[in-house]
Design a protein around this ligand. Structure first.
Ligand code: C2E
Ligand code: MG
Ligand code: MG
Length: 501
């Protein structure tokens, strides 16, 4: 509402200034015409006088009629039937020290015979309503008022008469805009002490806005209430999840599952992605998509990442030692990437379990690289240690292409949404083929995520994608199932104590 008021005030000021300029022009012409007539010597009706009056009306564009009237005889530049002169003897509406004013235009129903008249001495000049509205260009519904008698009376010069005074606080200072319930009023700044000019316009904007608002208000309130309740619910859920996470870690409710990553040509498992699982005491599961963001915001994600790393090496250490080509990729969050901590944790665990650094890869998302410059440095350090860096959920971020060239990465994981979008028959449909070509141009390995159908695997293979992950091959498996998947049930050579886990 404040904005609407402000807009109206601004519009009014601009319109008012423009109007005043035009009015000044018009009044100046009328006064000059009168001054000219008063200066010349003729003081009675004669053909000479008529020609003098005609000259004046030709000279000044806004003067429609010029008359001589000394109380007994009247002569005009127009024949009597075209004259605008009000009934002789009508008192002027404003009597100034030099000029007299008749403001009858709005009351006179005939447009042509309505006029604004100024008098000085025995001469009077009139402007027609047509002239006036040409000069003043009033917006629809607007009125131009002349306010006299110490702001007590408002006479319409153009437009409708108005209740007066318009508001309890009237009069404002010159040039100030007053907004009442229905109208916007602007008191034009003038030096004239005889009268004030006021421009009045209806508040069309506001009433429209108000009626719209009236309709919308219940809806807006309802939406606001729903959003508020939702926000409260989510905040509570996050709070309770955050609290529960700590207890869950202590009670050992987290486990790690491994989803195989396969070679699309041979269908052999080349590695796995470690995915955390939360099984509550009552057997229900909470999706990582729910609790990972909470853990990220509370900072508990570090403990979770450490847990996944530790559990992976405990459970799969022997398998990795026995299969030096096999690797496990670990998901990192933004705070794992930005802080050098993870390098030390993994180095200690690798040494403890005697596993090569290239067998632990790290998955980072674009969201995880809050500051790309710092991320570059940290990832380079991990890479220098021998770890592979995978970009997870590729294509769902915002800055994919631009920064990819400069990042120290080995592999792109194309997000499931692009794999889902692959057409049944056209390998070239969707975004995936473009990502694949770009990855190849940058010498990056590609892993397609979320492959659920054979045709997707075929299409991706034909596009040159070497690796895939998805339910078509395997769902995430527990450690035992994953070991079986790799060994086909065969025992792996030299055992260590923790291989029993
Ligand atoms: P992500 O890293 O993109 O992991 C892939 C997700 O896709 C996993 O969901 C996986 O189970 C699911 N998936 C794999 N193949 C298919 C398929 O063929 N069809 C369908 N519909 N889904 C498939 P999950 O385990 O629910 O994990 C969701 C996300 O949670 C992960 O997405 C990852 O961003 C995050 N996450 C999971 N574990 C961890 C973790 O240990 N640390 C961190 N920081 N994030 C994790
Ligand atoms: Mg991942
Ligand atoms: Mg992913």
């Amino acid at each position: 509402m404040q904005q609407v008021h402000q807009r109206e005030r601004e519009r009014m000021s601009v319109d008012g200034e423009r109007l005043l300029e035009r009015l000044e022009q018009l009044f100046t012409q009328l006064r000059r015409g009168l001054d000219d007539l008063n200066k010349q010597p003729l003081r009675e009706c004669s053909p000479l006088m008529t020609s003098q009056l005609q000259k004046t009306s030709f000279k000044y564009r806004f003067i429609y009629e010029a008359i001589f009237y000394d109380g007994t005889q009247v002569c005009s530049n127009w024949p009597a039937n075209l004259s605008l002169t009000p009934s002789p003897g009508r008192e002027p509406d404003i009597k100034g020290p030099v000029y007299r004013y008749w403001l009858n235009t709005a009351e006179q129903p005939d447009d042509n015979l309505a006029g604004l008249m100024l008098g000085r001495g025995d001469f009077e000049v009139t402007t027609s309503r047509g002239h006036l509205s040409d000069a003043v260009d009033l917006p629809p519904g607007g009125s131009l008022l002349v306010v006299v008698d110490d702001d007590q009376r408002a006479l319409p010069v153009l437009g409708q008469a108005q209740d007066w005074p318009p508001s309890p606080g009237w009069p404002p200072s010159d040039g100030e805009v007053v907004v009442t319930d229905y109208r916007v009023l602007y008191r034009l700044p003038t030096d004239n002490s005889d009268y004030q000019l006021v421009l009045s316009m209806p508040r069309a904007d506001t009433s429209q806005y108000l009626s719209q608002l009236g309709w919308m208000l219940p809806g807006i309130l309802l939406i606001a209430l729903c959003l508020g309740a939702l926000a409260l619910h989510m905040a509570r859920q996050r709070q309770s999840l955050g609290g529960e996470l700590q207890g869950a870690l202590r009670r050992g409710e987290f486990t790690v599952h491994y989803q195989p990553i396969v070679d699309l040509n041979t269908r052999q498992c080349v590695g796995a992605e470690a995915l955390i699982r939360w099984r509550h005491a009552d057997g229900t599961m909470t999706s990582p998509e729910l609790f990972i963001p909470v853990a990220e915001s509370t900072g508990q994600i570090r403990q979770l990442t450490d847990f996944v790393l530790q559990r992976t090496l405990e459970q799969l250490g022997p398998l990795l030692r026995a299969n030096p080509q096999l690797y496990v990729s670990i998901n990192l969050s933004a705070c794992d990437v930005m802080v050098p901590r993870i390098g030390k944790v993994v180095a200690r665990l690798l040494a403890l379990h005697d596993v090569a650094p290239r067998q632990i890869a790290f998955e980072v998302t674009e969201r995880g690289m809050v500051d790309v410059e710092i991320a570059k440095l940290k990832l380079q350090t991990l890479r220098d240690e021998g770890h592979r860096i995978l970009i997870d959920d590729f294509g769902t971020g915002y800055s994919s292409l631009a920064y990819l060239q400069t990042l120290p990465v080995d592999c792109l994981k194309i997000d499931k949404v692009f794999i889902d979008a692959l057409g049944y028959d056209a390998a070239s449909s969707g975004v995936a083929p473009h990502i694949i070509r770009m990855a190849h141009a940058l010498n990056l390995t590609v892993i397609a995520e979320g492959i659920e159908h054979e045709y997707q695997a075929q299409l991706l293979r034909s596009e040159g994608v070497s690796y895939g992950q998805g339910w078509l091959f395997d769902k995430p498996l527990n450690a035992h199932q994953f070991r079986e998947r790799i060994t086909g049930g065969r025992r792996q050579g030299p055992r260590r104590a923790e291989d029993q886990v």
